[in-house]
Design a binder for this molecule. Structure first.
Ligand SMILES: Nc1ncnc2c1ncn2[C@@H]1O[C@H](COP(=O)(O)OP(=O)(O)OP(=O)(O)O)[C@@H](O)[C@H]1O
Ligand SMILES: O=C(O)[C@H](O)[C@@H](O)[C@H](O)[C@H](O)CO
Length: 180
């Protein structure tokens, strides 16, 4: 486990399905020359099958997945100086689980409204995630409030990827706030 935030740069790009966490995660990893961890790649086969059948994951489905992601973050923090993880991290408890595995973790919350999330998810015909699950993502989401959670940068998910990436790269290390 790494406990000195000054020795690693570890980010989670989070939010509901379709918010752009995979797109921004990839851009940020490239910009910072950090490894990219795609959260969806670490879901169990059962969880992926569930989601493609239109059944939302629950806390039990996500527990092992979050532990695997936390272990990946800790490993990259120690070996590579950090990483960028794209991960829904919808609940505060999920984010705290990742923070416990990798102290000093920074979160980027891509804030998107329901209609735009639905539009984006429905337009990806081949993706495993069923668009019928978009409402459950919003029902599960506990928005990270900057005053209550450390190291969260909230950005409007409708900005161009380049602008989002620049906002993260130039944000102060201890940033906790909302950019508009
Ligand atoms: N900032 C953006 N502006 C406009 N479109 C975007 C933006 N970010 C992502 N998109 C588009 O939205 C769709 C979803 O993007 P992406 O797969 O990165 O989101 P995601 O949050 O990882 O979704 P999921 O978790 O469901 O895989 C894609 O078609 C992508 O091109
Ligand atoms: O916690 C969850 O419900 C999942 O991680 C989802 O958010 C999806 O896997 C993702 O958004 C689709 O790509």
């Amino acid at each position: 486990m790494t406990d000195s935030r000054s020795r690693h740069r570890s980010f989670v790009v989070m939010g509901v399905a379709g918010c752009g966490k995979s797109s921004l995660g990839a851009a940020l990893a490239a910009a910072l020359a950090l490894p990219l961890v795609e959260g969806d790649d670490h879901h169990s086969a059962e969880s992926r099958a569930k989601m493609s059948r239109g059944i939302a994951l629950d806390d039990a489905d996500r527990a092992g997945w979050l532990d695997r992601l936390g272990a990946e973050l800790a490993r990259h923090a120690a070996q590579d100086g950090g990483a960028v993880l794209s991960c829904s991290a919808l609940k505060r408890a999920y984010r705290d689980r990742l923070r416990a595995a990798c102290p000093g973790l920074r979160f980027v919350f891509l804030d998107l409204d329901r209609d735009e999330a639905l539009r984006r998810v429905a337009s990806r015909a081949s993706h495993f995630f069923s668009s019928s699950l978009v409402d459950s993502q919003f029902a599960t989401l506990e928005r990270p409030e900057a005053a209550a959670e450390p190291d969260v940068l909230t950005l409007p998910a409708t900005l161009p990827i380049e602008a989002l990436c620049a906002a993260v790269v130039t944000a102060p290390v201890s940033v906790a706030g909302v950019c508009r």
